[in-house]
Design a protein around this ligand. Structure first.
Ligand code: SAH
Length: 238
């Protein structure tokens, strides 16, 4: 999968893209990242890519020509129908695991990272095919949101995660769409008087699986009962 980020802060992307699973995905050849500096598409020699909003008021707006031309530099006219060009915006559909799985089916994705008051609304009409929000709060730019989406999507590319069973027992994942993950323990077996549940040290895998199922359900009921409202388990009774 080719993942392109259009941003005025390319430096923000280098650390995350060169660390952890995002880096492993690139090294394994499953993902290829292209970070496009929006300033390369500036309309003047000062590198301007933003301007005052029509109608006045506070804040600057990223200008349409720079953003549209930056998108067109990584997405050919032939690709227009199939490559998602995603505007990161609080106004978008809410990102979750199912959106990540849907995006993982594409061979290429382009993220447009907004800044300041946002992006000229005509960009939406001209090149944007999808708008995604990572939650009901405001960040100062679309870079971190785009990285959040990229990291989540990359986990679904074949071969990226060594043991896919680990991924599919994670919260919201695999058949566990409505469940949080179980509680986990590692050594030492006792710490400050707190012991690791004996069953986990028993080597009895059937019993351990059962314990984890119960732990996942217990944690979901306690921490995120809303998840069960839509599941086959039905709403949690108070
Ligand atoms: N005036 C805009 C917010 C601009 S914040 C509004 O109220 O809708 C600047 C940029 O940060 C946005 O253009 C967007 O790219 C990004 N951003 C901020 N919050 C976000 C969120 N919750 N999800 C995705 N992107 C977000």
């Amino acid at each position: 999968m080719e993942i392109c980020f259009i941003t005025i802060f390319p430096g923000m992307m280098s650390g995350p893209l060169a660390s952890g699973i995002l880096d492993i995905a690139a090294k394994k050849g499953a993902a290829d990242y292209k970070v496009v500096d929006l300033r390369d598409f500036a309309v003047d020699k000062h590198g301007s890519v933003d301007d005052y909003p029509y109608g006045g008021g506070p804040g600057m707006v990223l200008i349409a020509p720079s953003v549209v031309e930056a998108v067109e530099s990584v997405r050919s006219p032939e690709e227009a129908g199939e490559v998602p060009v995603i505007l990161m915006s609080p106004a978008g559909r809410r990102f979750d695991q199912s959106v990540a799985m849907e995006l993982a089916r594409h061979e290429k994705i382009v993220f447009v990272c907004g800044r300041y008051k946002g992006v000229d609304a005509r960009v939406d009409e001209l090149v944007i095919t999808d708008t995604i929000s990572i939650g009901d709060y405001i960040l100062s730019g679309g870079e971190l949101p785009a990285l959040v989406v990229a990291d989540t999507v990359i986990r679904y590319l074949p071969g990226v995660i060594g043991d896919e069973r680990s991924r599919d027992t994670d919260s919201f994942s695999g058949e566990r769409e409505f469940l949080l993950d179980a509680a986990y323990y590692t050594r030492p077996p006792e710490y400050r008087g707190l012991k690791v549940p004996e069953i986990l040290q028993s080597g009895n895998h059937a019993k351990i699986d059962e314990w984890r199922e119960e732990s996942a359900l217990e944690r979901t009921k306690r921490l995120r009962p809303d998840l069960l409202d839509d599941s086959e388990e039905g709403p949690v009774q108070p």
